[in-house]
Design a binder for this molecule. Structure first.
Ligand code: NAP
Length: 270
């Protein structure tokens, strides 16, 4: 089995990486960053996002594992004190895995420029910073609304606890096959109207956005930020690719949510 270790290079992550490498080698597991079977990210959720984009071309053949060296993460199951258990699990691996949906966004341009595709693990956002973004929203080709505001976020179920949650989106169980559209500061008055609440579409539906008043806007894909010009349309759908995690132990999803957002300290106080 080939293992790649992808670290965020903090002092703590470097210590963990060093220990993990020694444990892998002493258990005769190969370290191979080019063609891995398993990618272990050492850091936080942001590190796992970077590891996902680094190895996105190998999604069909690799499984991810997250070791977190910061506060509790959503993509990270392991801590520095159970690295031995993790390596034992790798040695006894029987291909255990769980997979989650990804977001595919296609950009279609006004000129003859070829279409661009991005894959996102968390979300894609479309924002305008120098004025109001005006954008037609279509669901499965049917016009739904004309949005005016700061921006729009389309997230995956695993990304629902990231940026989506900060702008009032719902937390989705990652086993759901769905995409969520969340508004950023929409204009709502007698003249302009949007749904104003997050909406969640079914697996066989898709979302199209047609920006109206701008030749350039900011597009974010997880951590990546680009300025896009001449975009006619953006098509969002659940990707055919999925992310696979090696799942040797199970953390109840809602325990994870409770740990991250409510926490034992707060519960002690009530
Ligand atoms: P960052 O700005 O350095 O960190 C953003 C925070 O979001 C970190 O605490 C990160 O956790 C956490 N995070 C990332 N994915 C998450 C998920 N699926 N569920 C819960 N928390 C999550 O950005 P980054 O580390 O490069 O990560 C990019 C992601 O950050 C974006 O995809 C977006 O979801 C999120 N983000 C959120 C906001 C916001 O809430 N206002 C703003 C910008 C970006 P770790 O500390 O464990 O890495």
């Amino acid at each position: 089995m080939n293992i790649a270790i992808f670290s965020n290079n903090t002092e703590k992550s470097n210590e963990v990486t060093k220990k993990l490498k020694m444990l892998c080698l002493s258990h005769k597991l190969n370290l191979n960053n080019i063609l891995p079977d398993i990618v272990i990210s050492v850091g936080g959720d942001g590190t796992l996002l970077s590891a996902f984009h680094r190895y996105a071309h190998l999604l069909d053949s690799i499984r991810f594992i997250g070791v977190h060296t910061g506060h509790l993460g959503f993509y990270t199951d392991w801590r520095e004190f159970n690295l031995e258990e993790l390596v034992e699990s790798l040695v006894n691996d029987k291909g255990e895995s769980v997979s989650y949906p990804l977001l595919d966004v296609e950009l279609i341009y006004k000129n003859n420029q070829p279409h661009t595709h991005f894959l996102a693990l968390n979300e894609v956002t479309l924002k305008r910073v120098d004025g109001t973004l005006v954008c037609d929203v279509f669901i499965s080709e049917e016009h739904f609304e004309r949005f005016r505001g700061d921006g729009i976020c389309v997230s995956t179920p695993t990304g629902s606890t990231g940026y989506n949650k900060s702008i009032g989106g719902a937390v989705l169980h990652p086993r759901l096959e769905a995409l969520q559209l969340t508004e950023m500061a929409s204009l709502n008055n007698r003249v302009f109207r949007t749904l104003s609440s997050p909406l969640i579409i079914a697996p066989d539906e898709w979302i199209n956005l047609e920006p109206k008043n701008t030749d350039n806007f900011i597009l974010t894909v997880d951590q990546l930020t680009t300025t896009e010009k001449n975009v006619k349309k953006l098509n969002f759908k659940i990707a055919k690719e999925r992310i696979h995690f090696a799942r040797y132990k199970h953390t109840h999803f809602w325990n994870r949510v409770e740990d991250a957002f409510i926490g034992a300290k707060y519960k002690d106080e009530i």
